[in-house]
Design a protein around this ligand. Structure first.
Ligand SMILES: O=P(O)(O)OC[C@H]1O[C@H](OP(=O)(O)OP(=O)(O)O)[C@H](O)[C@@H]1O
Ligand SMILES: Nc1ncnc2[nH]cnc12
Length: 190
C-alpha cells in the first residue's frame, strides 16, 4: 500500500517565519488541495494507533479539526473543538494559556463535560505546547484524557518528552519528520 503521508512531507516546501521553519503541505495547509486519499490514509493510520475507549474526541482548530472530523466520522464519537476565541456564554467554556512553536495565546474548549473520557487528536506535535494546553483544559473541565494521537511528530522539539513528564501520557504518532534548517528540506525519519 502506498504511504501517501510520507510522500506529502518528503516533497513539501518550507517557509521561514521568524525563527522557525515550517512546512507548507497538502495535509496541514491544503496547499496543494488535500486529496481525499491522503486524508483517508492519515485517518486510517491514526485510528490504528488508538483504542477509542473514550466517549469523545477533542481537537484544536483549525488544522487539527480537519483530521478530527474524519476520525469522528470513522469511529462514531462526538467531536469537541478547542478554539482561539470564546463564545462568552456565562458558565460555559474553559480557557487555558497556550505556548506553541508558532503561537502564544489562549485556547477555549467547549463541549467537554465533567466525567468525560477524551481522546485528543492533532495533526502535528512539535514543542507539545498545544497538546499540553488541551490536556490541561480537559482536566480543568473535570474530564480525563485517555489517549493522545497525532499524525505528524517533530521529535527534535521535545513535545513527547514534555507530555510524558508533565502528565505521564505517551503520545502516539503516525510519522516523524525533521526540517533541516540549512537546506529547508523535510526529512521523513525512519
Ligand atoms: O507542538 P506545538 O509546538 O504546539 O505545535 C503543534 C501545533 O502547531 C500547529 O498548529 P498552528 O499553531 O499552526 O495553529 P492552527 O492549527 O490553529 O492553525 C498544529 O496544528 C499543532 O496544533
Ligand atoms: N505543519 C507543520 N510543519 C512543520 N512544523 C510544524 N509545527 C507545527 N505545525 C507544523
Amino acid at each position: 500500500m502506498p504511504m501517501l503521508l510520507e510522500d506529502v512531507y518528503a516533497g513539501a516546501p518550507t517557509v521561514k517565519s521568524g525563527r522557525h521553519i515550517t512546512t507548507v503541505n497538502e495535509f496541514t495547509d491544503q496547499s496543494p488541495a488535500l486529496r481525499p486519499e491522503v486524508l483517508a490514509e492519515a485517518t486510517r493510520r491514526l485510528i490504528e494507533l488508538g483504542d477509542f475507549e473514550a466517549g469523545k474526541i477533542l481537537v484544536e482548530e483549525d488544522k487539527g479539526a480537519i483530521l478530527g472530523s474524519a476520525v469522528s466520522l470513522a469511529v462514531g464519537l462526538p467531536l469537541a473543538v478547542a478554539r482561539w476565541y470564546t463564545y462568552d456564554l456565562s458558565g460555559h467554556g474553559i480557557s487555558v494559556p497556550v505556548d506553541s512553536e508558532y503561537f502564544t495565546g489562549t485556547l477555549y474548549i467547549n463541549g467537554v463535560e465533567p466525567g468525560d473520557r477524551v481522546t485528543i487528536v492533532d495533526d502535528t506535535i512539535s514543542t507539545g505546547g498545544t497538546l499540553i494546553a488541551l490536556i490541561e483544559a480537559v482536566r480543568k473541565a473535570g474530564a480525563r484524557v485517555e489517549e493522545v494521537l497525532v499524525a505528524v511528530e517533530k521529535p527534535e522539539n521535545g513535545g513527547r518528552e514534555r507530555i510524558a513528564e508533565c502528565f505521564g501520557i505517551a503520545v502516539r504518532s503516525v510519522i516523524r519528520i525533521a526540517v533541516d534548517p540549512g537546506t529547508g528540506r523535510v526529512n521523513v525519519l525512519g
